[in-house]
Design a binder for this molecule. Structure first.
Ligand SMILES: CC(C)(COP(=O)(O)OP(=O)(O)OC[C@H]1O[C@@H](n2cnc3c(N)ncnc32)[C@H](O)[C@@H]1OP(=O)(O)O)[C@@H](O)C(=O)NCCC(=O)NCCS
Length: 137
């Protein structure tokens, strides 16, 4: 759940530290991985894998996981944006359940837009570098 305002973080408090990718988490061609830190403390991780999966075919897919106590403080939206900006990729997708409201809102705040093909159950959001100049980080 969202936390009180005094626990919310600002963009300059969130740092992404590049890491070696691990199996399924940013390892392999086009893969990238970062540790998310807030005031030098680990808050979670975000990684990108290039995957071949319908309905998109070959694409860069971002996943983000914050520790439970780091959730709901506004860190997700900043980390989504910083990872995309730091990435080698110009178009990045995020797949999520429609019920994952926090992930959807955080991604949209970072400039992701709905790119779900008609009739597809899972939500697919897309970030484009060229369209992201108004993002928050
Ligand atoms: C999803 C995740 C990255 C979002 O990051 P976050 O820092 O917790 O999210 P934020 O604090 O930026 O909140 C984003 C929005 O969701 C809302 N929100 C947060 N938790 C919520 C909840 N449990 N229910 C409904 N809305 C919620 C916030 O109010 C905020 O809304 P706003 O944009 O209108 O202000 C993070 O919660 C997480 O790692 N969750 C577990 C793993 C996961 O689901 N990863 C994504 C896989 S696709």
């Amino acid at each position: 759940m969202p936390k009180p305002d005094e626990q919310r973080v600002s963009a300059n408090e969130v740092a992404l530290v590049a890491m070696q990718g691990t199996e399924g988490k940013g390892k392999g061609p086009g893969g990238e991985k970062w540790r998310i830190e807030v005031a030098d403390v680990r808050a979670g991780e975000v990684y990108i894998n290039v995957i071949q999966e319908p309905p998109l075919g070959l694409h860069a897919s971002l996943q983000i996981y914050l520790n439970i106590k780091s959730q709901g403080r506004g860190i997700g939206r900043i980390a989504y944006a910083k990872a995309c900006e730091a990435s080698q990729h110009s178009t990045i997708y995020a797949h999520m359940r429609r019920s994952n409201i926090a992930s959807r809102r955080a991604a949209e705040a970072a400039g992701f837009v709905d790119a779900t093909p008609a009739g597809f159950t899972q939500l697919i959001l897309r970030w484009d570098r060229s369209a992201a100049s108004e993002s928050i980080a």
